[in-house]
Design a protein around this ligand. Structure first.
Ligand SMILES: C[S@@+](CC[C@H](N)C(=O)[O-])C[C@H]1O[C@@H](n2cnc3c(N)ncnc32)[C@H](O)[C@@H]1O
Length: 254
């Protein structure tokens, strides 16, 4: 709930012009319709930034993640649209460049509300399944219409047989304060020979030894790095992410 300043009247100048001021009195009946658009945009921006503050302060404990995302599910898409969340589009575009069969089955691990699934669908993929820890996020994903099938995950368990999907996607999922580093190994374990795993690490995660060592272990095993590109993750935070596309070699180690 908003708390008003203690002065009876407040006067806010428009920051971008410095001269057109808006006066609001305590006696004014404030409804969204009575407020100028720039105030509404500012309030929307601040609430999306508050949501992001919670995410970046979160614990990776699965129960804490479920609580965080169940609470956030209803406004997640709007908040991240305001903040300029660019990674889903970048993940989908990278995969589309290297996996030309648009009907190939894709699994969106940690699908959330379906932003990543919608980006994959927008890139032309037609057979997308998704799963997540948070039922609140899954309810939104169901509404997105991007998925063939959705289900609830148990942390640390991946109920997917190796080779079922041509690509496993983990967009904005495996990072400090979210899914732990070993989640990358878990997701990669379901990738069949010649198939792909595509995921993002945000800037904080790129600096973390454990996450980077987990990635290196896959490359030392039988994955090759097909592409890696750094770009915008969340524009309002000036935060970047690297999107990695790895492929398991066709001849598996015995
Ligand atoms: C930032 S959201 C990303 C959602 C979606 N991929 C996107 O790009 O919008 C992170 C998601 O990861 C899920 N998550 C967090 N920890 C997880 C874990 N250990 N295993 C699987 N999913 C997890 C959360 O429930 C949340 O929906």
């Amino acid at each position: 709930m908003a708390t008003w300043p203690s002065d009876d009247d407040v006067e806010w100048g428009r920051p971008e012009t410095g001269n057109a001021a808006v006066s609001i009195s305590r006696s004014d009946r404030l409804t969204p319709a009575s407020l100028p658009n720039w105030i509404l945009a500012y309030v929307e921006y601040m609430s999306s930034e508050e949501a992001l503050d919670r995410v970046y302060a979160a614990s990776a404990d699965p129960a804490a993640q479920v609580e965080l995302y169940d609470d956030w599910a209803a406004s997640y898409d709007d908040d991240l649209a305001v903040s300029g969340y660019a990674t889903p589009r970048r993940v989908a575009e990278m995969l589309a460049e290297h996996l030309t069969d648009r009907d190939a089955p894709i699994f969106d691990f940690g699908c959330g509300t379906g932003m990543s699934g919608r980006a994959l669908a927008h890139a032309g993929f037609t057979a997308i399944d998704g799963a997540d820890l948070s039922t609140g996020m899954l309810e939104q994903a169901e509404r997105s219409g991007a998925y063939r099938r959705l289900w609830e995950l148990t942390a640390g368990v991946l109920d997917v047989r190796r080779g079922t999907y041509r690509a496993l996607v983990a967009c904005g999922v495996i990072s400090l304060g979210a899914a732990p580093a070993e989640t990358l190994t878990l997701v990669a374990s379901a990738v069949g020979p010649g198939d792909f795993v595509v995921f993002s690490f945000n800037d904080h995660t790129l600096e973390d030894h454990e996450y980077m060592a987990t990635l290196q272990a896959l490359l030392d095993d039988d994955f090759e790095q097909v592409a890696a590109e750094h770009g915008v993750h969340i524009a309002s935070r000036e935060m970047g992410s690297t999107v990695f596309l790895l492929r398991r070699s066709s001849a598996e180690h015995s």
